[in-house]
Design a protein around this ligand. Structure first.
Ligand SMILES: Cc1ncc(COP(=O)(O)O)c(C=O)c1O
Length: 360
């Protein structure tokens, strides 16, 4: 029986329950997994229009076995976070960007776009309703918000669904990579591609992640944090690393790949602005693999990890190693950027960019 039901059976008040469950969750040691929360929000697209948001307690969905999401992968999703500050207030980071990216993903695989305002309303609502699961400030953990959208019409021919279901649920999470911010190793293996140059890599669609699992498993088994993808066409330029964008730093310049097959990371977009404000030059361009040898620092960035600094990248095929950290510590710029972004997210520093929405 889960903790919630157990406490309910013991006739405790809501407040007692909250406290007990909070006591029960070791906030500082939760992983990047799934912990059941109280509510999720849903919204259906039927007969050509989106309905009202519905509050749900059920974790399951009932779906026709011929739904387009199950056969033809009509599924798009997002990932963003809410943070509890020292002041106890809850802040959601750049949800308008996630709303826009969800729309772009929908356009990419011919799905019905959820209006931005509906997305934002659903996110605020799901966070507010599950407020007691937003980890305390001191834990360094956060509340992960997972919106998803699926095609639900039962079709057997390959075509776009006429009906859609949007769901957003939340779960408290700790660090994505076991190593956290500490530098960790990555590996290049040319035998795998994640997405094609004119394919779906720039959209957040489930199929991209299915396509990355075999390679990811191999990389983990060899002790790496993730696989480092090169462009699928020429295998000449850097794409991204696992479920994160790449950046390298040299000569006071923040350099990140420009590619049609990588996800436009909201974390990376934010880091580019912070880097400029720190006085770094910012370049978004193709990065040849050999250029790795010239970077003073390197990092992987994304909502889940924020920055995961890179210790070294081993090229499995050429047996070359590109080393960025020899002392087990992240570099100066990675640290500064990571600290600054986190400070904004947790409300320790002024949000002069307007990136944060406070959930009242
Ligand atoms: C493939 C991929 N690249 C990059 C990112 C980082 O994007 P963001 O910073 O928006 O989380 C993610 C995570 O969403 C991802 O799945």
């Amino acid at each position: 029986m889960n903790q919630y039901l157990q406490y309910k059976r013991n006739n405790l008040t809501n407040r007692d329950m909250t406290e007990k469950i909070k006591e029960g969750i070791d906030w500082s040691n939760i992983s990047f997994g799934y912990i059941k929360t109280d509510y999720n929000i849903r919204c259906s697209f039927k007969e050509g229009k989106w309905g009202n948001l519905r509050v749900c307690t059920d974790e399951n969905i009932s779906l026709h076995m011929a739904a387009t999401t199950l056969h033809y992968g009509q599924e798009v999703f997002e990932g963003l976070k809410a943070f509890r500050g020292k002041d106890g207030r809850i802040r959601v980071f750049r949800m308008d960007e996630n709303a826009k990216r969800l729309q772009q993903s929908c356009e990419g695989i011919l799905m019905e776009k959820l209006p931005i305002e509906k997305f934002e309303e659903a996110v605020k609502k799901v966070v507010k309703l599950n407020e007691r699961f937003v980890p305390p400030y001191e834990s360094g953990a956060s509340l992960y918000i997972r919106p998803l959208l699926i095609g639900t019409s039962p079709f057997i021919g390959v075509k776009a669904s006429e009906e859609y279901e949007f769901i957003v649920f939340v779960t408290p999470v700790g660090a994505y990579f076991k190593s956290g911010f500490k530098p960790s190793p990555y590996v290049i293996m040319r035998e795998y591609d994640r997405s094609a140059p004119l394919g779906t890599g720039k959209y957040k669609v489930g199929g991209n992640y299915a396509a990355s699992m075999v390679a990811g498993k191999k990389a983990y088994a060899m002790g790496y944090s993730a696989l480092f993808y090169l462009d699928a066409k020429e295998k000449k330029y850097i794409d991204e690393c696992g479920a994160a964008n790449f950046f390298g730093i040299k000569n006071n310049t923040y350099i990140t790949p420009k590619s049609t097959s990588i996800l436009p990371s909201i974390t990376n977009k934010s880091l580019m602005i912070l880097a400029e404000d720190f006085g770094l030059k910012v370049e978004r361009r193709q990065i040849p693999v050999e250029e790795l040898a010239t970077f003073e620092e390197a990092g992987a960035c994304g909502t889940a990890a924020v920055i995961s600094s890179i210790e070294r990248i081993d090229d499995f095929d050429t047996k070359k190693s590109y080393i960025f950290s020899k002392d087990g510590k992240a570099g100066k710029w990675c640290t500064k950027l990571n600290d600054k972004l986190r400070a904004i997210q947790y409300g320790d520093e002024e949000d002069k960019y307007g990136w944060v929405t406070i959930v009242e």
